[in-house]
Design a protein around this ligand. Structure first.
Ligand code: GLC
Ligand code: CA
Length: 572
């Protein structure tokens, strides 16, 4: 595998609207981000991914872009953005923007011109398609509910929107559109961006016949993802984008890819893959209900662990995955993946340990480092997210009561990850001095940065220790390139793996065991006889401060006992 500049990096996702408000309008802004760069540096962050900050009507919170060359005025100015780039460079950090090019906003100039002249040049930038028998061209349901087709006023045409109707899909078949997009990407890269997180990109290839499929719901519609799954040839677009843009800049790209076809991993993230890396959503995907959030599955510990292990094994020798616990589209990982008895600081540290030391690029989502949790709301009107509103209605239609539907939103809503960052325990959580755009999670009085900074045994302090260990000169090579080898898979509640690195030239070998007990009972693991060439077992980190104790136990008995919610990292 060719070494790349980003292989050993740790990334952090900022959701700008909820990060830090510095001008008192209740909305996070670029100034806020600039003022927290030292905080991020101290946390061990190298790469910062900003969710969209472009001009937008915010129907889908910035994932509906009305001008790709402008910064949303809510967030600040281009000068401030340049300053942000400058300040990150000074600190040896990198910035990724979000690249949202499957669709734009219906307020974008292209779409406005297309509506004004539905048979003209700009209509070709979108999918304007003649209806069939006075109805939609096909029976697709958009990802956010309802038909994926919207009438073009004054015509018998419809335009395609796989997400909200305010997010018309762009026509990638049109070379002129592709050129416009490449020009824009290169313009940002010329500014000094390190790369992009690439939104919903698997959707850009359409079957231009737009065939209808067997309905998958009582509404007579079928999820538009069906068309994406059936159509071939998206890879050609990806290669074209790469050659025309990213490759020239040695840019880092991380793709949001669901529904990749089997065995395409090397094509996507291999040495010469379409992208540098892509997110591992395997565990998150398993939790998606077939019909919607209301029939989301419960995941057993074993299924969750095995899914992650499978993804790790598949990527090994092919490329690097990007590992996440949560993001702006997912509920908080601490609420979702930790069993009830582990929903505490020890549990949150344990989850961090087993996730951050996997093979791949860790992406920490804002607030994860202090263990922010899901947030309960009393009424659907308290939610902002477009998808939550749709899923709530879906649940009601399926026969859930309002109380049940709210519970479903509590467990699944994208707003769980979007509540403002909890900086301190004062009014406004240190996020804002006025009313926040989205209500705070009331637990900010207990869970916040200020409190955790003052405490060496906090979740935040532990994240710092964890990132420092991953990047330490002594172990970096192993954590970056070391093989992933699952361990103790037959032990109930145990999440354990080795990272093993061998340097062929001087026969140096490092074997690091990451082991955690997600169960309720203590569990003893036999470490096996120490290798004669090894100098002994060293505990590199423990989430419960038991480094010494575990080292001594290992030395005298060849075993370690993990208490419930205990995680340990051993060099063996
Ligand atoms: C991606 C984004 C999500 C957005 C959607 C449409 O999935 O992460 O937030 O709603 O694309 O752009
Ligand atoms: Ca603001």
């Amino acid at each position: 595998m060719k070494k790349k500049w980003w292989h050993d990096k740790i990334a952090y996702q900022i959701y700008p609207k909820s990060f830090l408000d510095t001008n008192g309008d209740g909305i996070g802004d670029l100034r806020g981000i600039i003022s927290k760069l030292d905080y991020l540096k101290e946390l061990g962050i190298d790469i910062i991914w900003l969710s969209p900050i472009y001009q937008s009507p915010f129907v889908d919170q910035g994932y509906d872009i009305s001008d790709y060359y402008k910064i949303a005025r809510e967030f600040g100015t281009m000068e401030e953005f340049d300053e942000l780039l400058e300040e990150t460079k000074k600190r040896g950090m990198y910035v990724l923007m979000d690249l949202v090019v499957n669709h734009c906003s219906d307020r974008h100039e292209w779409f406005q011109k297309a509506l004004a002249d539905p048979y003209g040049k700009y209509a070709e930038y979108f999918h304007f398609v003649k209806g069939k028998d006075g109805k939609e061209p096909s029976n697709y349901r958009s990802y956010f509910g309802g038909s994926a087709w919207e009438p073009v006023p004054g015509t018998d045409l419809y335009y395609l929107h796989m997400f909200a109707k305010e997010q018309p899909d762009l026509n990638w078949e049109n070379p002129e559109l592709r050129e416009e997009i490449y020009k824009m990407i290169n313009w940002w890269l010329d500014k000094g961006l390190a790369g992009f997180r690439i939104d919903a990109i698997i959707n850009i290839k359409k079957d231009l016949d737009f065939p209808s499929f067997e309905p998958d719901g009582p509404d007579g519609l079928v999820s538009c993802v069906k068309m994406v799954e059936e159509v071939e040839g998206v890879g050609e677009y990806f290669e074209d984008i790469k050659r025309s843009t990213f490759e020239k800049y040695d840019a880092f790209t991380v793709a949001e890819v669901f529904n990749m076809k089997e065995d395409e991993l090397s094509e996507f993230i291999g040495d010469n893959g379409h992208f540098s890396t892509m997110f591992d959503f395997s565990a998150h995907t398993l939790l998606q209900g077939e019909k919607g959030w209301y029939n989301a599955r419960k995941l057993s510990f074993k299924e969750w662990r095995d899914t992650i292990f499978d993804a790790q094994k598949k990527a090994q020798g092919k490329g690097f995955l990007s590992n996440i616990i949560e993001n702006h589209d997912e509920p908080r990982g601490a609420s979702r993946f930790l069993p009830e008895h582990a929903q505490n600081e020890a549990g949150k540290k344990m989850l961090a340990t087993t996730s951050l030391l996997l093979r791949g690029i860790p992406f920490i989502y804002q607030g994860q480092e202090i263990g922010m949790t899901n947030c309960r709301r009393n009424d659907i009107s308290e939610y902002d997210d477009i998808s939550t509103k749709d899923q709530y209605q879906e649940a009601l239609r399926a026969g859930c009561s309002t109380i049940q539907a709210l519970e479903i939103c509590y467990e699944n809503s994208r707003d769980n990850g979007r509540t403002p960052m909890q900086w301190d325990g004062g009014k406004g959580a240190g996020f804002t001095e006025s009313a926040p755009w989205l209500a705070l999670n009331p637990n900010y009085t207990e869970i916040n940065v200020a409190e955790q900074e003052s405490r060496p045994d906090s979740v935040l302090s532990y994240y710092k220790a964890l990132t420092a260990l991953k990047k330490s000169d002594e172990y970096k090579e192993t954590f970056t390139y070391g093989e992933f080898v699952p361990a103790y898979e037959d032990k109930d509640g145990i999440f354990a793996y080795h990272r093993i690195w061998e340097d062929g030239t001087d026969r140096r070998r490092q074997d690091i065991l990451v082991a955690a007990n997600y169960g309720t009972e203590p569990c003893t693991l036999e470490l096996g006889a120490p290798d004669s060439e090894r100098t002994g077992i060293k505990a590199l980190l423990s989430n419960t401060g038991r480094e010494k104790e575990r080292e001594e136990q290992a030395a005298s008995t060849g075993c370690i006992t993990l208490e419930s919610c205990e995680a340990v990292v051993l060099c063996i």
